[in-house]
Design a protein around this ligand. Structure first.
Ligand code: G4P
Length: 527
């Protein structure tokens, strides 16, 4: 199918990973401005105190200034259809970010040149490496007096355990920042801090020893020549295969707030970033160009529009062409699924689409059909792998404060757990509800959303549990014995899978040692 192949080759689906404050929002905004997906600066984020955002859906976000939700933004650039998936920067929502990384084919890593490699960057980069997701690096805030570029490169290489190839090199830094020399395009791009980057700020310089360089870079020219010579000796030339296999990250320098170096970055991304890749299912490998449609749900968002109490399931298309009004198979339930209004995203703007292709993310209106990780196909019974939940370390018993609202309370908890905001465990015998979270902020979100969306109020009580694992056993007698001996510590997750809770890791391991037949897992992605 020619059409399918050419649509696949056009797609570029990526996410930006960074530590909060490195400049993710600023870059997102510049990319969207280039792609004409927004028309004014400040549309993604205006001032701290009066954030009116395109990419942030929730009231929470405006109040707290933390990106809680993940959104999808589509735009076209130089013949490629770019899908940019936003990820929450705050560590408490890391599960949301990990799931989003399962739905992209590459990432852009943003590093603050003043702070260097930070904790969140390290974690997210590790996830990308595990999944062999190609990473392009953008070192931001060159207009500030940051760390030395060579030092930054060393830091990226050693701390993130990934080889690098510089694609551009800064000319000066901080107050002396004059621009960047693009090693990829062999030209000098001059920094003009008072406005947006203009075409005449670019000087083609094929020969670094031409006097053109002296004319434009002044006293920085000699240093630049020396540094480029050094770079050419030390770092390997850009090798796309190495990048695509996740072994090398090409590095750019710039200043996002000044819209500097972002256009070069985007030009290069559309050149080198991979089209939709293969996806593993429990049964087989699925290739994008297969003619039958398949996809998986990596995120569920409830009540996007306060006027309609709807849920939206975010589906990543992995193979074939998705069509509106066609009947598909919802593999987990075995039931047919059909939609007349699948949507493409531009954050809060949603357009109904007729077709979507591998790499695209579409929104499906949902009345409770979907859970995270669900697969849709044209009939084949497969299940996509690698969309795990991690055993949480913070547990709270959640108490309903208004008995008249217990229906809303239960519904709210279940829906929010299905969205992946928290993990919900129901004790097997007492039916007590326990919430498991990575960070305390998730509890604030639950409380806020229960109140605002479900009109239910709650309280959290401390729990003696600090660890948990999923348990499985083929022998029913053994698992029944385990359950009866430890009944107060057995719960079920939202999928009905058994979970064993413990007050500490030592207790957990000791108990499980007594039952060698019981297999246990710290992520929900079982073998
Ligand atoms: P994030 O989404 O990764 O958290 O970062 P964000 O883009 O919000 O940027 C964090 C801060 O860094 C913002 O300043 C932003 O203006 C600033 N920034 C981004 N890029 C650059 C750059 O190239 N140079 C310099 N000097 N600063 C940059 P803020 O004062 O915290 O917020 P705001 O009041 O500007 O919104």
């Amino acid at each position: 199918m020619e059409e399918l192949k050419s649509e696949i080759d056009k797609r570029l689906t990526f996410a930006i990973i960074s530590h909060p404050d490195a400049g993710k929002t600023t870059i997102t905004e510049k990319l969207l401005l280039f792609g004409k997906a927004i028309h004014a600066a400040g549309a993604v984020k205006s001032h701290r105190n009066e954030r009116k955002t395109t990419s942030d859906f929730m009231e929470m976000e405006k109040q707290r200034g933390i990106s809680v939700s993940t959104s999808v933004m589509g735009f076209d650039w130089k013949g490629r259809k770019v899908n940019l998936l936003d990820t929450p920067g705050h560590a408490d929502f890391s599960e949301d970010t990990y799931r989003t990384l399962t739905a992209v084919d590459s990432t852009l890593m943003v590093i603050d040149s003043v702070k260097g490699v930070e904790e969140r960057t390290r974690k997210l980069c590790e996830i990308c490496r595990m999944r062999r997701t190609p990473i392009v690096t953008y070192i931001n805030k060159l207009d500030r007096d940051g760390k030395d570029p060579i030092e930054l490169m060393d830091e990226v290489e050693t701390e993130l355990n990934v080889k690098i190839t510089p694609m551009s090199w800064p000319v000066g830094q901080g107050k002396a920042f004059k621009g960047v020399y693009s090693l990829y395009e062999k030209r000098l791009i001059l920094f003009n801090p008072h406005g947006t980057q203009e075409d005449d700020d670019v000087v083609e310089i094929d020969d670094l020893y031409s006097e053109l360089l002296d004319r434009h870079a002044g006293s920085e020219a000699a240093k630049l020549r020396e540094e480029i010579e050094l770079i050419n000796e030390v770092y390997p030339a850009f090798d796309r295969e190495q990048y695509l296999s996740g072994h090398i990250t090409p590095v750019f320098f710039g200043s996002a707030i000044n819209n500097f170096g972002v256009r070069e970055l985007l030009d290069c991304l559309v050149d080198i970033a991979p089209p939709p890749k293969v996806h593993e299912t429990e049964e087989r490998t699925v290739k994008a160009e297969e003619d039958k449609f398949s996809g998986f749900v990596f995120k569920i968002h409830a009540n996007l529009d306060p006027k309609h109490r709807d849920r939206i399931a975010f589906l990543r298309i992995c193979s074939g062409r998705f069509e509106k009004n066609k009947q598909y198979l919802h593999v987990r339930s075995g039931k047919p699924f059909k939609t007349s209004n699948p949507t493409a995203f531009m954050a809060q703007d949603r357009n109904v689409i007729d077709y979507a292709y591998p790499g695209d993310i579409i929104g499906l209106h949902d009345t409770g059909t979907f859970k995270i990780g669900d697969t849709l196909t044209e009939g084949e019974k497969i299940k996509f792998k690698g969309i795990p939940s991690f055993a949480p370390q913070i547990f709270r018993t959640v108490i309903n404060l208004d008995p008249m609202k217990s229906k809303q309370f239960n519904k709210g908890l279940e829906q929010l757990a299905e969205e992946g905001v928290v993990q919900l465990f129901t004790k097997k015998y007492t039916k007590e509800r326990l919430l498991g979270v990575v960070g305390m902020l998730q509890l604030d979100v639950i409380k806020y959303r229960l109140e605002h969306e479900y009109k239910a109020s709650c309280r959290f009580d401390n729990s003696s549990f600090t660890t948990a694992c999923w348990i499985k056993c083929k022998d029913k007698k053994v698992i029944d014995k385990f359950i009866s001996q430890h009944s107060s510590k057995i719960a079920e997750d939202v999928r009905g899978e058994l979970v064993f809770l413990a007050s500490n890791k030592w207790m957990l391991e000791r108990t499980l040692e007594e039952f060698p037949e019981v297999r246990y897992y710290f992520t929900s992605d079982f073998d």
